[in-house]
Design a protein around this ligand. Structure first.
Ligand code: UDP
Length: 322
């Protein structure tokens, strides 16, 4: 059994689906604070909170867990600055609880959902795994703290782990059964599609005077199904005796906010009103990742790297919502 912690959320639910399609048995453990029960259409479901070790233990007692994938984290960067306690408690302490119970039950394989936010402001682009890690907000800090704990738990307890540092996860299940749904929504692509669908009046472009080709921020968007594929490669690598490691998950291509909006206009055929607005605090001009390492070591081959495909899948799912 693979335990998918946070499997009712955006990224976790896509990986849970793919695991089941590849023949793995899964159990999703999720508090449903931000997750959606109806995203867990595959495997078993346990309602539980990482702040409560008893609930984690009950899950490990009931299911014979071979490996753990951990997606359960609060991920609003701005909120992590104004309410850091919530982030250190949930993302850091919650993960320590999970690791403690794993060790009690002698479960030694762990796939961790990390982030390019652990790098902070990039010194060079594309960012490789060797780039210094100097997060500039508590969200990135909590993820880096877990990476450090994992390094020490590996040395001391043989806890084998893979840290996957995502760039901008985007898109939706190609079969449109699940997708990206946050409340509140802060991410660019879902907001742009809301504007296309007439659910909001416009999309605000946060900053038009960056040092980038069109003045708007550049990001590396990775399709969530490609992320899912990478997680399974990482899992199989560990189960086959691979050593602990970290990998970036990006496409090495940057797209500006204006380019994203333009592609969305083409795909949806709708008018999308873009309103130039002030910069959002804490946004680096450009974040683009090199995924050469995971391509080399795990033979990861992204299938949906093209921005058109990413936005089209998100739009298909968006249109399926009532
Ligand atoms: N962005 C924007 N308007 C919005 C939301 C986001 O211009 O309403 C920009 C944001 O400043 C960033 C990019 O879109 O440069 C991607 O933001 P998102 O929140 O999707 O992901 P992040 O890069 O923060 O992880």
């Amino acid at each position: 059994m693979i335990l998918v912690v946070g499997g009712a959320g955006y990224i976790g639910s896509h990986i849970n689906k793919l695991l089941n399609q590849r023949g793995y048995k899964t159990v999703v453990f999720d508090s449903l604070v931000y997750g959606h029960r109806n995203f867990v259409k595959w495997g078993e479901f346990v309602l539980g909170d990482l702040n409560d070790k008893k609930q984690i233990r009950l899950c490990f007692e009931k299911y014979s867990v071979k490996a753990v994938m951990h997606f359960s984290a609060f991920a609003y960067v701005g909120e992590s600055v104004t309410a850091p306690a919530k982030y250190y408690q949930n993302n850091f302490v919650g993960t320590l609880n999970l690791l403690e119970v794993m060790l009690e039950f002698d479960v030694k394989h762990f796939i961790f959902s990390s982030t390019c936010a652990t790098y902070g402001v990039p010194e060079q682009i594309p960012i490789t795994e060797e780039h210094p890690q100097n997060p500039i907000n508590p969200y990135g800090e909590t993820k880096l703290m877990v990476e450090k704990v994992l390094r020490d738990y590996d040395s001391a307890y043989n806890l084998r782990h893979i840290n996957l540092r995502y760039f901008n996860a985007a898109g939706a299940d190609i079969e449109a059964e699940i997708g990206e749904l946050h409340d509140p929504e802060t991410h660019l692509i879902p907001l742009v599609l809301d504007a296309a669908a007439g659910k909001r009046a416009d999309i605000k472009v946060f900053g038009t005077d960056y040092d980038t080709p069109d003045g708007t921020c550049v990001r590396d968007y990775v399709h969530v199904n490609d992320l899912a594929d990478a997680h399974i490669l990482a899992l199989e690598y560990l189960l086959n005796g691979g050593k602990s490691d970290c990998f970036n998950l990006g496409n090495g291509n940057g797209y500006s906010v204006k380019e994203v909006i333009e592609v969305a206009r083409n795909i949806t055929g709708k008018e999308i009103i873009a309103v130039d607005s002030a910069r959002r605090p804490g946004d680096p001009a450009s974040l683009v990742g090199s995924a050469d390492k995971i391509k080399q070591v795990l033979k990861w081959e992204p299938k949906y790297a093209d921005l058109n495909t990413i936005i089209k899948s998100a739009w298909n799912w968006h249109c399926s919502l009532k």
